[in-house]
Each structure stands twice: as C-alpha cells, then as structure tokens.
Design a protein around this ligand. Structure first.
Ligand code: AKG
Ligand code: FE2
Length: 149
C-alpha cells in the first residue's frame, strides 16, 4: 500500500500529540511540572507505539474462546484507544470486588477511550488506578487502534 507508511506516521504523530496533552493534564493534576512525563521519557520511542487489532467475527460460536482479549490492564501510562464502533470492550471499575462487575464501554464517534496503565498506577502510588478491561468475542469483525505510551 503506497501511502501506508506516511498515513501511519502522521496518525502516530497526531495521537502522540493528544497523548502529550493528556499526560500534561495528569501531571498538572498531580502538582508536577506540565512536561514531567515528557522529561522522564514516557513518550519517547520505543515506549509510545501503535497497535492495530482485528478481532475476527467469524469464529466458531461453539468454541470455548469467550474473549477477544481476556481481562488485563495495560502496562504503560495511558492508552488512547479508538474502535470502529463494534461493541465488545468492557471495564471493571472495582478490581477487588467479588464477583467482578463488568460494564460495556460505549463507543463515541471521534472520541478516544483512555485506559490508565500499570506504570501510571505505580508512579502515582495507586492514586490513578489501572483500568481492568477485556474484549468480548465480537459477532462481526471488530477493529481497534491504540497507542500505548
Ligand atoms: O480492542 C480493544 O478495544 C482493546 C484492546 C486492548 O485492551 C489491548 O490491546 O490492550
Ligand atoms: Fe488493553
């Protein structure tokens, strides 16, 4: 695809700029310098990379596989996630609750879903808790793209 590389590089740059603004706001909310996360290298390669995912919608419905992605938290600071609107993403607000309560995350056109990662949880001594999330096996193809600084 001739324009693939330039398209992806432009997208990476733009989403990185949104992530930079978001991390500045988080830094200010923690009474840190606005560029704290930039200075510690949270946005420097190879930390900030893009993942493109496809969840096939034609898997055998009798298969034991219930999840496109089983429950986890991301490892970075924040994840900016964009989906094609096909449902599937769920979060669990209270990780320690038993049983765990899972909520569907509504897709909003033009908006990112932001997940907090383990690194941010660690760096803030659990003030910002990492988001436990999972993706159900979709009934139709589902695409998502995310950046993990
Ligand atoms: O596809 C999604 O909506 C989320 C994927 C995800 O959580 C991940 O790749 O870490
Ligand atoms: Fe994730």
């Amino acid at each position: 695809m001739p324009s693939w590389r330039t398209t992806m590089e432009t997208y990476h740059q733009k989403v990185l700029s949104a992530a930079t603004k978001l991390l500045s706001l988080i830094a200010l909310s923690l009474k840190l310098e606005e560029d704290f996360f930039v200075k510690v290298g949270a946005l420097t390669e190879p930390m900030a990379y893009i993942r493109l995912l496809r969840y096939p919608g034609d898997l055998d419905p009798c298969s034991e596989e219930k999840y496109g992605a089983s429950a986890h938290s991301d490892y970075g600071t924040v994840t900016l996630l964009m989906t094609d609107g096909v449902p599937g993403l769920q979060i669990c607000r209270d990780k320690s609750a038993q049983p765990q309560v899972w909520e569907d995350v509504a897709s909003m056109s033009g908006a990112f879903v932001v997940n907090i990662g383990y690194m941010m949880e660690r760096w803030t001594n659990c003030l910002f808790r990492s988001t436990l999330h999972r993706v159900l096996q979709p009934r139709q193809d589902r695409y998502s793209v995310m950046i993990h600084p």
